[in-house]
Ligand binder design. Sequence first.
Ligand code: GDP
Ligand code: MG
Length: 837
Amino acid sequence: MSEVTVSQFAEVLKVPVDKLLTQLDEAGIKVGGANAIISEEAKMELLTHLRRSHGKDAAEQASAPRKITLQRKVQSEVKVAAAQGRARTVNVEVRSKRTYIKRDVLEEQSRAQTDELEKAQQAAEAARLAAEAEAQRLADLEARERAAEEARLKAAEEARRRTEEEAKRASEAEARAEAERARKAAAATAVRPPPRAPVVEDKTATRYGRSELHVSTDVSRRYKKKGRPQDTRRGGSKGNQSDAKHGFEMPTEPVKREVSVPETITVAELAQKMSVKGSEVIKALMNLGVMATINQVIDQDTAALVVEELGHTIKLVRGDVMEDDLQAGLAEGEEATTRPPVVTIMGHVDHGKTSLLDYIRAAKVAAGEAGGITQHIGAYHVTTPRGIVTFIDTPGHAAFTSMRARGAKATDIVVLVVAADDGVMPQTIEAINHARAAEVPIVVALNKIDKPEADAERVKNELVKHNVIPEEWGGDTMFVSVSAKVGTGVETLLETLLLQAEVLELKATANGPAAGVVLESSIEKGRGVVATVLVKRGTLRQGDIILAGQEYGRVRAMFDERGLATVTAGPSIPVQVLGLSAAPNAGDELLVVENERKAREVALYRQGKFRDVKLARTTQSAEEVFSQMQDAKAQTIQVLIKSDVKGSAEALKDALQKLSTSEVAVKVIGSNVGGITESDVNLASASDARIIAFNVRADATARGMIKDQGIDVRYYSIIYEAIDDVRAALSGMLSPEVRDQIVGTAQVRDVFRSSKFGQVAGCLVIDGFVKRNNPIRVLRDNVVIFEGALESLRRFKDDVAEVRSGTECGIAVKNYNDVRAGDQIECYERVVVTRTL
Ligand code: GDP
Ligand code: MG
């Protein structure tokens, strides 16, 4: 102990040697290094120094009540150090722990003591009764003795009596003492029998000197108290148990938490909410078959499983409270008034949709167009003497199915254009189905009525087959014969639409904050984000704060279909809106929000939500990863879509993705609005993708890069052509199919042996040709029994190349000697068939 090096001492103190050396240095103690011997005096000096510096710290920190414990720790360290010099740190720990636990222990003890008191009182009661009984008995005894020895002891009687009195008093005192003792003793006394024995002993004690007994019980008690054998130790151990409860069991006791989980959550956050390590959550996820990293976002369902797996309860948090708020703001409003109908024109390609719209536009809109600025707005309204009609210009192609479906949602009436010279075609039927699905009434425009081959009656009959029945035939569909070329019937069509609108009793609040739907959006040079919006209710004003899908902004400017600036737009009126932060999606709802903060909040929430949900969806199970590895075998064409308007981009994307089969797939790596830029080219190049440019061109930089890198860029203005091209490319990737084509069949009539060829079958060709060099199959009862080639084909004695139907021949099959009469020999060839999608 006395010969200790600095490093050994450091080990004893459980501090790093370096630190100890610094401390020694600070204390002004000179030692020769880590391996030098440190003297007892030096140790003491160091400790005094440390005490001083710690004491100073403690004084500084005295204002912070939390540090009180620390102070105690230090003091204790000093005390113990002075006494022993070893194990000081240990002692300190214990001490501080004690202070920590004390409160609980005290409570526990006081509770135990209350119990104890009751028991002790009972015990005391029992003791008292026993003592009294004893006293009585002793008195009796005394009386008897007295009676017996009356004469002899008469003189002593008084004294004896006094002695007995004393005995009684003493035994009572003893009982009291016992009660007191019991009260002081630990809870374990409960199992201890009531202290009858000492009293019984007391009885003898009266005889043989109870003081001794008293002393002995006392001593034993004192002994117990001092030495802490059984009894007190039991009490003590009980105390320890309660200690254990507080100091040890608590943390391991499973804590059930209610974990609130929003729609998406990261693994780390989830772990934190459950107070477990991230690795535990990851482990639980793996058990569920989900591979995730600590920062991965998982969806609510997965999180719920994990939470339950780890024994907690889940509270699902709905993230759309904000959204509800928005809707609530719209609920109040004034009386709804009649609004114009919104009409969508649908029909088969080339039946005249565009022509019809153009005619109406030219006649009703273009007339008032200033300077001939024609904006492609995708929607416009016309004013007739009887009212306003709004048209939505949905592209009439099958590729636009998805957009058209959206268009129908914003639509009150569908005008079904059917060319009277062509009749019901696939997209006519599709349009009917869309209108039905949207529960929108149909008005049929029988177009091209100017053509001589137009046959309205035939078309009507065809439509009836699809449950579109004209009013004059007892149905509920209005039919109008028109010519988009000459203009016949167009006025009637407009009137019919207004009539239909009256039947529908279309209403909307005209004032108040506006709500609408985004028909399309694009980014234009010099104008920024341009969204075509159809107002559905309320009035949209310049300066309004708007929220459209995930985007928000302030209406900076509005333009009508003639390209004229306007400051308000009421129900059913389409306008171009400038001022959104980014291009919203076609079909997104547009809302006017009271302030920008709220708009931003919701927009960000939606953005985050969608991003997170997207991320969450990318969480892959091991199974998915595996199946994707297998999928990689499928050939893929990567495509980057660039388009003028968002609607076209989406439609193209949908249509192209639908071309995918199990063997060949189209992967759209991106679809965006705007010209082809440098970053598009980079993306395409990195993903080995081709770029499909729909009504957009590459800028100068991009053009250079396209040339340099040999990127496949195709420009289109017709969606169908784009789809056809991709389809053709996919077809080219399909591995050609090899098919068997039967060339001919010969019937075996007889089998004989030839020395040269072995078995030879005498046959009659019953179908097609048998060719010497083609592969053959031997069939018995129409079942293939052998597949191979011919050894020889002979007609009479000559080898021949082929034998035609109706001719007899001798056939020797190579490597097969079991041809029998009645078998058939089938001659076939392999043909390679190129496949198409
Ligand atoms: P969409 O594909 O349905 O938009 O059809 P279009 O409007 O592009 O018309 C297709 C073709 O039909 C064009 O060549 C038009 O000139 C022609 N067309 C459209 N309407 C009429 C019409 O009422 N009469 C005649 N004769 N031709 C028409
Ligand atoms: Mg068209």
